[in-house]
Design a protein around this ligand. Structure first.
Ligand SMILES: NC(=O)c1ccc[n+]([C@@H]2O[C@H](COP(=O)([O-])OP(=O)(O)OC[C@H]3O[C@@H](n4cnc5c(N)ncnc54)[C@H](OP(=O)(O)O)[C@@H]3O)[C@@H](O)[C@H]2O)c1
Length: 328
């Protein structure tokens, strides 16, 4: 089968497409013919050996897929021919992958394989962040950083679908447009220069000085303190990632003075200790996915053979929205 392979840790430019043997599904696994695979930030980090999961070289990356079941254990709830989404964790950038039934989910008919492939890492993380860790309620106001990125655009869509008012923070007008398409009520630039006001001032203006109930932060870096300043009393900042590179530090007197919280969000860490949570999440998301209230927005689709370019778009911050590989 055709598969993308990481054989040296030299970044996205060094990944290649090769012919390798198909994986064999164990007695417990579902074997899936992959139609589309989502590109995630961990895939990018793995091209440089910078992610916590470091498989021996060479290996096939790819955490999430959508496709059609070829074989499945009798008691798995899946059968040959089913359209599914799966989170194999590795090996998804390939024509066939094996996944565990706890991390395999039915794909609603109305969704394309590309839309399905974009769900596990980003939408399930956004759901864990907003609902479980953030306690989002309809009517809340949510600020989302990196709002045209994978996790960010999923957070915008889900918060909007759950009845929140969403303020998106992005670096370009083009990304602002994408965030509005995802459901943001307002989209503001990170700003902070002489010409463009910083997002903190815009957020204060847009909320009548009150601030926001939740900040979704997959970016980190030097905007962190201003994010804390955007929080309304008892607001929470959800720490999801550090695409800006720098891991921020917080002066805890700010938390005390504002009655605000900084909340860690580690979706993988949570469900690996409690695997049944994945199916609980899917059950919660199926109704809005099936009726279109939540309609995953795909930014870019690249053929499998262009995996290197797709990863490079993410690396250089050029990518907009969820990036997906079309496999067949
Ligand atoms: N905690 C968890 O459970 C969990 C789960 C999934 C992913 N993550 C993490 O979440 C983060 C975001 O993942 P993603 O898939 O959303 O990535 P992505 O699609 O590349 O989006 C990240 C966004 O970060 C912003 N950004 C700011 N500075 C950047 C820089 N120097 N380089 C690149 N992007 C920069 C960009 O938005 P602007 O240009 O608009 O600023 C970009 O759209 C990653 O760190 C990932 O590992 C965490």
């Amino acid at each position: 089968m055709r598969a993308v392979q990481i054989s040296t840790l030299d970044g996205p430019g060094a990944v290649t497409v090769v012919d390798v043997d198909e994986p064999e599904a164990s007695a417990e696994q579902v074997l899936i013919d992959v139609h589309a695979a989502g590109v995630t930030f961990p895939d990018l980090l793995q091209t440089r050996g910078l992610y916590q999961i470091k498989p021996p070289l060479p290996f096939v990356p790819g955490t999430e897929v959508a496709g059609v079941v070829r074989t499945a254990p009798a008691d798995s709830g899946f059968a040959a021919g089913d359209r599914v989404v799966a989170f194999p964790g590795l090996g998804g950038f390939a024509e066939t992958v094996a996944a565990h039934p706890v991390a395999t989910f039915p794909l609603p008919d109305r969704l394309s394989f590309e839309q399905g492939a974009g769900i596990p890492m980003n939408v399930l993380t956004a759901h864990f962040a907003l609902v479980h860790r953030g306690g989002l309620r309809a009517g809340d106001t949510v600020l989302v950083h990196g709002a045209a990125g994978g996790v960010g655009s999923a957070s915008v869509q889900l918060a909007h679908a759950l009845g929140a008012k969403v303020i998106a923070v992005v670096s370009t007008e083009q990304k602002a447009e994408f965030a509005r398409r995802a459901g943001a009520d307002e989209a503001v630039l990170v700003g902070g220069s002489d010409d463009v006001p910083g997002f903190k001032d815009m957020v204060k203006q847009l909320t009548g000085g009150r601030g926001v109930d939740l900040v979704v932060d997959p970016v980190g870096g030097d905007r962190f303190t201003d994010s804390l300043r955007c929080l309304a009393p008892e607001g929470k900042l959800l720490v999801i990632g550090f695409t800006a590179g720098e891991i921020p530090t917080v002066k805890v007197n700010r938390l005390l003075l504002g009655n605000i919280s900084v909340v860690g969000v580690a979706w993988g860490e949570y469900w690996m200790r409690r695997p049944a949570y994945l199916q609980e999440q899917w059950a919660d998301l199926l109704p809005p996915l099936a009726d279109g209230k939540l309609d995953p927005l795909i930014g870019e689709v690249h053929p499998l053979g262009q995996a290197s370019a797709a990863l490079d778009n993410m690396d250089t911050r050029r990518g907009i929205g969820k990036i997906v590989l079309q496999v067949r």
